[in-house]
Write a protein that binds this ligand. Structure first.
Ligand code: NAD
Length: 294
């Protein structure tokens, strides 16, 4: 079993670290928020007074932080103190450029590293069924895989450093675009006098079929546990969807990719957020398309 330092014990990091404890690892955790540290202690995580003390005896360091600037600042702070040859795993969703910088910082200090963002939300974090998208060398990946296993439903090695983040933002750009497409179709159906259930029954078994329709249907009824059935409580908040869409557009610009629908989806979610809906599930964009955005 391994001693793991886990930094960032929020909505995702807390339950992920708890699954590492359940798998028999010793987890030394740190978070800036005392209430998250208290919750972590309830999960059996050994809570530490700062990031550096969490490194004591650690062979692996996992970070689960809000954005690229947090990851880079924590990497700059701790990598000089991490045991040589140890493995850094960053599970946060961040921009590809920062992810590559984080790999560079780790390698400067003789550390292995992977970027391993996740899909599956807080439910998947608690259940240990997240999908991990990993970027990094084969050596780093083989060392990381058994550590990720207790938190994962699926793990994909996507390629070189940064490839995990690239896969994550491409996937979430599809998701943002497809949710708007499905929501528009339901709004059109309403205007045409077609019932939600009829559109669902046809599209879910036709060429319009997609995850946003069959798992996360933005109208109540056809998929009983989708957020539409609980007044669009998240789930996956619109603020996080906007964050990921913005990352996709930054990457598209830097790489010279043409993503007009990704750009449009970013604008629509920016408007939806600006109307005060950042805490609403991202499928609530259907209300905005009906002209009831707030
Ligand atoms: P969160 O805000 O609940 O947790 C982040 C934690 O990091 C906070 O508790 C904060 O106090 C802590 N933190 C920030 N700076 C720190 C520092 N220097 N040292 C120690 N702790 C620090 O966010 P979350 O929902 O857990 O998301 C974490 C990451 O996972 C984000 O990048 C997010 O985009 C991604 N993600 C979230 C979801 C989701 O459904 N919530 C799904 C997939 C991916």
């Amino acid at each position: 079993m391994t001693t793991i330092a886990f930094i960032g014990l929020g909505n995702m990091g807390g339950p992920m670290a708890a699954n590492l404890v359940k798998a028999g690892h010793t987890v030394q955790g740190f978070d800036l928020m005392p209430e998250n540290l208290a919750l972590a202690a309830d999960y059996g995580i050994t809570t530490m007074r700062d990031a550096r003390s969490a490194l004591e005896g650690a062979e692996v360091v996992v970070t689960m932080l809000p954005a690229g600037k947090h990851v880079l600042s924590v990497y700059e702070e701790i990598t000089p103190w991490v045991a040589s040859g140890a493995l850094m795993i960053d599970c946060s969703t961040i921009d590809v450029e920062s992810a590559r910088k984080a790999h560079d910082i780790a390698s400067r200090h003789g550390l292995l590293s992977i970027d391993a963002p996740v899909s599956g939300g807080t439910g998947g974090a608690a259940a240990g069924t997240l999908t991990f998208m990993a970027g990094g060398s084969t050596d780093s990946y083989s060392k990381a895989e058994p550590i990720l296993q207790p938190m994962a439903g699926k793990i994909v090695h996507c390629g070189d450093p940064g490839a995990g983040q690239a896969a994550k933002i491409c996937n979430n750009m599809i998701l943002g675009i497809s949710m708007i497409g499905v929501a528009e179709a339901f709004v059109l159906a309403e205007k045409l006098g077609l019932s939600h259930q009829s559109l669902f029954d046809v599209a879910s078994t036709s060429s319009g079929q997609c995850w946003s329709l069959t798992t996360y249907c933005p109208v109540p009824g056809p998929v009983p546990n989708s957020p539409a059935n609980r007044d669009y409580r998240p789930g996956f908040a619109a603020a996080l969807m906007l964050k990921d869409l913005k990352l996709s557009q930054e990457a598209a610009q830097a790489a010279g990719a043409v993503t007009p629908l990704g750009a449009e989806a970013t604008q629509l979610y920016a408007l939806f957020n600006a109307l005060g809906n950042g805490g609403t599930d991202f499928s609530g964009i259907i209300q905005f398309l009906r002209g009831k955005g707030e």
